[in-house]
Design a protein around this ligand. Structure first.
Ligand code: MG
Length: 240
């Protein structure tokens, strides 16, 4: 191969081959694990329990919770089980543990991780999940067996949406942004990674198996991580 990069069709971003990648950074929820669990947890179970705890109707509980969620999204508190336990007077970590059997890999995610193991790349889990959530999900799925290293943004004090997260990750992991692949389902997180200079970025367009595929125009995208094995194998490709 004369060049490690080929151009995507038209004026789209360039697409790497696996040979051009030596570090793979993967998000957890909505990228490897079905976001259905988290959506059920926050949109169904939490309003129900909050209503019961505070003597409200579930409908009223949703009205109270909506602005609290809206103002916190994208901050580290949004991902912090301790924060929400305090805010809502509910034991969020215990509730996650209670419904842990519903944690699932997204279709093809485990096969992808197994295949990645044979590619000789360094594999890092890069998550905004709090250690309590991470523990429940890792125990349930065995997810961490596939990783060389795990980073939770809580240990950096800033979420993945923040440029400082990427500076700290770079210092900790010493990755070459030009030879790094990053996959996430959050567009604000992908934007921060792109700003940091990570060359190979993919969005997941179907993070929740209970919902329709999302329209993705800003980034290259795949419906599931397993499609990356083919997408980066060298054939021509255009963004979805
Ligand atoms: Mg995610």
């Amino acid at each position: 191969m004369s060049s490690s990069l080929i151009s995507a069709a038209g004026s789209g971003p360039s697409l790497a081959h696996w040979e051009a990648i030596d570090t793979v950074l993967l998000d957890m929820d909505g990228t490897l694990l079905d976001l259905r669990f988290d959506n059920y947890f926050w949109l169904e179970l939490v309003p129900e329990r909050y209503a019961a705890r505070h003597g409200l109707s579930v409908e009223r509980a949703r009205e109270v919770l909506r602005p609290m969620f809206a103002t916190t999204q994208g901050t580290l508190d949004w991902y912090c089980t301790d924060f929400w336990s305090r805010q809502l007077s509910l034991d969020i970590a215990a509730m996650k543990h209670e419904i842990r059997e519903h944690v699932r890999f997204l279709p093809g995610a485990e096969q992808f991780l197994r295949a990645l193991r044979h590619k000789g790349v360094r594999i890092a889990l890069v998550t905004n999940a709090h250690r309590d959530s991470l523990k429940v999900k890792a125990t349930q799925t065995g997810l961490l067996n596939y990783f060389d290293v795990v980073f939770s943004s809580h240990s950096f004090g800033v979420p993945k949406e923040h440029p400082e997260f990427w500076r700290q990750l770079q210092a900790a992991l010493q990755f070459d942004p030009a030879r790094t692949l990053f996959v996430d389902d959050s567009h604000s997180v992908l934007r921060a990674a792109r700003e940091h200079g990570i060359a190979h970025i993919f969005a997941i367009s179907k993070p929740d198996t209970g919902m329709d595929k999302r329209e993705v125009t800003e980034f290259m995208s795949v419906e599931a991580v397993s499609h990356l094995l083919e997408e980066l194998s060298g054939r021509d490709h255009r963004p979805d």
